[in-house]
Ligand binder design. Structure first.
Ligand SMILES: [Zn+2]
Length: 349
């Protein structure tokens, strides 16, 4: 976890927060990777993990994700990483998290999705985390193809009554045409699930368009390619229906921002988040894979502040995560009341 000394505090630190784009497996910090490997008889040094957690492009990142998840073999492993993530979220005053689970990876490894999920849920709902409400997104892995995505949609449906709220898709955005995944997303929607999709992270603006038009995605993971397409940016701002889940450190770590800007030396100051807010696009802020990117939510707000966002814009950004949440209307209303009350008490309005 990022320490106090390495980041500047922001007015958001003490507010109740929601986080919507957060991968359970991507939250594995190096110490936990060592612990998981040890559980399966593999001895890793901090240097081994540091070498694996160091990549310069998106493919390198996917390789690391594959490597670290290879140590997730049974429900106890999933329980362990859930407990550590929940502790971190509570410390940061996160009161609601929609956590993405790579069900596609579990199925690929012929694991028992239901047993893993029950272990995850049991931990998340245990007493120490009573202040944290959680909901779950089952993610298909794009490069595994459309049949595998359909299988994830079926599992998400089956476990809907246990808190799965959406079908998502991540992995290699450039693998397979988007239209291939339409049946899986149509099925999920017909079954009452929400839908989200990573797009415009390393793919272009058309990838975002397709995720919305073909898959019906209600929220787009990243969507930073929208910065390259004024017409798309304007239409998203006008309708205000689709939310872009921005993750600043992630886009630097995976080289996604370098790719979108055509500048290999791109820094956080090149991120389109301020532009999106100025245009009136609904945007949220998240960590994506806090363990793999050595970040946390407080740091992401700190980075957002460093982009010149005003106090009001930071509050707006934090509020958007509640507005865009897949919560029941009554729960959403209550969380917004609490959030706005805290904003007021903190003298931020
Ligand atoms: Zn993601």
């Amino acid at each position: 976890m990022v320490t106090e000394t390495t980041r500047r505090p922001t007015p958001i630190d003490n507010l109740p927060k929601a986080e919507l784009h957060l991968h359970l497996e991507g939250a594995i910090r190096s110490q936990t990777a060592i612990q998981l490997a040890a559980r399966h008889g593999v001895s890793l040094t901090p240097e081994d993990v540091a070498a694996r957690y160091n990549y310069s492009d998106f493919r390198g990142f996917l390789e690391t994700f594959k490597w670290v998840t290879s140590f997730l073999r049974d429900p106890e492993d999933y329980a362990l990483i859930t407990r550590i993530l929940a502790e971190e979220l509570v410390k940061q005053n996160v009161v609601y998290a929609e956590i993405t689970i790579s069900a596609g990876v579990m199925l690929r490894r012929t694991q028992n999705v239901e047993a893993n999920f029950q272990a995850i849920r049991e931990v998340a709902q245990s007493v120490p985390f009573s202040r944290l409400k959680t909901a779950w997104i089952f993610d298909a892995t794009r490069q595994f193809g459309h049949d595998a995505a359909m299988e994830v949609a079926r599992w998400a449906t089956k476990l809907q009554s246990c808190g799965v709220v959406a079908l998502g898709m991540g992995g290699d955005e450039l693998a397979f045409p988007t239209v291939n995944f339409r049946p899986a997303f149509d099925y999920a929607r017909q079954q009452g699930l929400h839908t989200v999709c990573h797009a415009g992270e390393i793919g272009g603006p058309d990838s975002v368009r397709e995720a919305i038009e073909l898959l019906g995605a209600e929220r787009i993971g990243h969507g930073i390619a929208v910065m390259r397409d004024e017409a798309l940016a304007n239409s998203l701002a006008t309708t205000g229906r689709v939310v872009l889940e921005n993750c600043l450190t992630s886009n630097l770590s995976t080289g996604a921002l370098a790719k979108q800007t055509g500048n290999p030396a791109a820094t956080v100051s090149d991120h389109p988040l301020p532009k999106f807010l100025k245009l009136g696009l609904p945007v949220t802020l998240s960590t994506d894979d806090p363990g793999l990117f050595h970040t946390d939510l407080l740091s992401e707000y700190s980075h957002a502040a460093s982009l010149g966002l005003s106090k009001e814009q930071l509050v707006q950004l934090a509020e958007q995560s509640f507005l865009a949440a897949f919560l029941a209307p009554e729960d959403k209303r209550q969380m917004l009341v609490d959030f706005r009350g805290a904003v007021k008490s903190a003298g931020l309005v």
